[in-house]
Design a protein around this ligand. Sequence first.
Ligand code: MIC
Ligand code: SF4
Length: 643
Amino acid sequence: MGYTLAQKLIKSHLISGDMTPGSEVGIKIDQTLTQDATGTMAYLEFEAMGVPRVKTELSVAYIDHNTLQTGFENADDHRFIASCAKKRGVMFSRPGNGICHQVHLERFGAPGKTLIGSDSHTPTGGGIGMLAIGAGGLDVAVAMGGGAYHIPMPQIIFVNLKGKLRPFVSAKDIILKVLEILSVKGGVGKIIEYGGEGAATLSVPERATITNMGAELGATTSVFPSDETTKEFLRAQGREEDWVELLPDCDAVYDKTIDLDLSLLKPLAAMPHMPDNVRAVSDIGNIKIDQVCIGSCTNSSLMDMLKAAKILKGQKAHPDVSLVIAPGSMQVLNMLAQNGALSDMISAGARILEAACGPCIGMGQSPNSKGVSLRTFNRNFEGRSGTADAEIYLVSPETAAVSAIAGVLTDPTTCDFEISVKMPKDFIINDNLIEPPAPDSESDEVEIKYGPNIKPLPVTQKLGENICAKTVLKVGDNITTDHIMPAGAEILPYRSNIPYLSKFCFRACDENFAENCVREKSGIIIGGANYGQGSSREHAALVPLYLGVKAIITKSFARIHCANLVNVGIVPLTFAVPEEYDKISRGDMLCLEGIREKIKNNHAIVLKNIDKNEEYRLNCELSDRQRAIILEGGLLNYTRKKH
Ligand code: MIC
Ligand code: SF4
């Protein structure tokens, strides 16, 4: 029996475990990436581990999220990360160089390599045949120190692409279709592998759009084969030597196959407020729009920008629409400037932003109240744009550009524009915004520059014998990390300041959450299905830890968030009988008696509801390694103890 491409990538990096779906495997990590909003913590954690220099083949630190400098905080964090990178042996991509995933694809990613990144959209690298996975900052710190990365061995889903996209139908519509089929929970515990004759018709940026947004399926990662198209892309980036061919075996066996005929796809949109709330643009109708944003790590490649520019050329953005464009990287912006496409965008009335995440993470450009915004981004969670009552639709660059002109949501296949664009033979290669680290011999002299906003990591303690605490919060299904620890221009500058951040924890669900936790001193959270979907931010675990949350009991967890909870020593448990979720009310006193012994010996866990005088059976779906981490009070303590 042959191997799938994803299985081959895992097999070639396997350090521990066996590749039976569900059992834990340890994987050797070749490359890491961090971004600034998660990076400060990751470098503090790396420092706490006491390893002087990174041990990976390549580690890169990007500044792309917190680029709005409204006070000293973000600039201090940039300086801190720059100094850590220099000292620790990490490449530093300066602000303005672009969004981590776009730049990594252009300048560093290589087929056949493993990459973990402290950002959930790291699977973008799957577009060139990497095994690229999003993780918490602490997991990335451990990998930088040469440690393995552990995941439950995923099942592999094959998406068999047939046919070819029609003009004005886009890679974004492919991933939106997959989201419609599988939902935001459908990818949990799975790798999505793309192939078939239709895959060969897609360019690398198109493939990267699809693997990027696989994060919204909850998938471990997504991957495309590395073929002649990949080789051409790397050649145009001056990196042909990084290319290797990577294909699945012809007798590979998949856990499930989904057939998708590209020629039948229509332009789609994810309606407010979930990426899987998908409908055909033509069925939604010509709703009036207030804003159009083109960019983000999903759709900010040169090809996407050129298509948008072609549509906008000689046209005018509708007077009621604010059109915002953020190219994905310095390379993209530079090439748009060189070939005149930038001028076409500017002339049409587009507001050009720097190459960064920008509005995608609520860093500026929040829509007007009740505003309808079409975005080429990957997440439309309620409030993420910075405007609580805004309605965000996720669409392709083609749909976004034609709608910006029309002033209403418009199906681009009904329009008469010319948009054929060709992949350039050579990209502009200019790495002036990438700083290499100090050589090994000089690293001792490099001083780390801390700003006053960088506060120490919260202290974790060994798991106690019992956990008895009040239900400080009860939430429903699909709670995102944006609910738990919101982002946005007001809060993001404090990503290195857990005490300050804690004031905003769960603000969207309960304004008084932080205050209640401080009063109670310890607490338990009850959640529904897919708790913690979305971002990889470990702040969504660190802040509840700081506020005294000891255990979180849900119907099910999203993968990265569950790993982050274990990493900080919060116990993640699930209901054996999901309906028993209904029996617990906020304020109920709950007890997990003998929890330490039970986790240690893998014994059955029972939750006592003292107020209702009831008992519920719980599952603890953790590996032996994760149990040991929980007992030690988190991965940092566990790693220190091991070395
Ligand atoms: C996001 O898209 O939510 C982010 C901001 O890129 C996050 C990381 C973060 O919260 O810093 C992600 O996706 O992991
Ligand atoms: Fe940045 Fe948005 Fe991509 Fe997250 S999803 S990395 S905020 S562009």
